[in-house]
Design a protein around this ligand. Structure first.
Ligand code: KIV
Length: 266
């Protein structure tokens, strides 16, 4: 399969081809998703919740993100690997932001980074793209702003809020981002933003009119052990059920002396 690059992603929008994106945090999953043909693997800071069990995305560190990114990069042959800049890695100063983006590329082998924020993050997006590191923006429901938002709430409702989001989208594009995630916003607003931008929009809880869609892989595979999933999640498999059944069978085989059998013995 051909290696996917940032210009390929831009071309997909130009040609009206939708862009499927999934998160990945480790080598094996990256390998499987890559061979399934996913064009973009996002090493989201959701790794902190999904892989480490943190209550939100704020605690994950640069070193942890680099570990996950490097594991994913080793597993892919074709997909573009985009790594999230964790909370605190780009908000303190422009020079910290540049240094940390470079670490994700140099040590993590990412091919692009993602940073949350619109107008407020435009300087950071510009500074990182000026180093020739492609940046994916992320606006709307930005999980790193959970304390300001007071929870994971749909953003951009009402005239003022929707105008602010239009400004955010434009600011991120003007700052040089190659794509922008639209999270948790009304579908009609996402449609308007998508039509107004030349860069692709990647939606999550933002309706079908975005240029692409992203889901957390554990959510869509039914691996998430939380009983309540966000409304926007579609479950494409029940791997939790499959794992429970397999583990149950193994436990029974071992306790009843059926495993290992002759075939598994030397
Ligand atoms: O961290 C993440 O997984 C994300 C996506 C869901 C957009 O930012």
């Amino acid at each position: 399969m051909k290696k996917i690059t940032v210009p390929d992603i831009l071309k997909m929008k130009e040609e009206g081809r939708k862009i499927p994106v999934l998160t990945a945090y480790g080598f094996q999953m990256a390998r499987i998703l890559d061979s399934a043909g996913i064009p973009v693997l996002l090493v989201g800071d959701s790794a902190g919740m999904v892989e480490a069990g943190y209550e939100n995305t704020l605690p994950i560190t640069m070193d942890e993100m680099i570990y996950h990114t490097r594991s994913v990069a080793r597993g892919r042959t074709s997909a573009l690997v985009v790594a999230d800049m964790p909370f605190g890695s780009y908000q303190v100063s422009i020079s910290e932001a540049r240094k940390n983006a470079a670490r994700l590329v140099k040590e993590g082998r990412a091919e692009a980074v993602k940073a949350e924020g619109g107008v407020r993050a435009a300087d950071v997006v510009r500074a990182i793209t000026d180093m020739d590191i492609p940046v994916m923006g992320h606006i709307g429901l930005t999980p790193q702003s959970i304390h300001r938002m007071g929870g994971y709430r749909v953003q951009g409702k009402g005239k003022d809020a929707s105008e602010r989001l239009m400004d955010d989208a434009q600011a991120v594009q003007d700052a040089g981002a190659f794509a922008v995630v639209l999270e948790g916003i009304p579908a009609a607003l996402a449609k308007e933003i998508t039509a107004s931008l030349s860069i692709p929009t990647i939606g999550i809880g933002a309706g079908v009119e975005c240029d692409g869609q992203v889901l957390v892989v554990d959510d869509m595979l039914g691996l998430n052990t939380d009983s309540r999933l966000p409304k926007y999640v579609k479950k494409y498999a029940d791997l939790k059920g499959a794992i429970e059944a397999a583990a149950g069978e193994y436990i029974k085989d071992v306790t009843e002396g059926r495993f290992p059998a002759k075939e598994q013995s030397y």
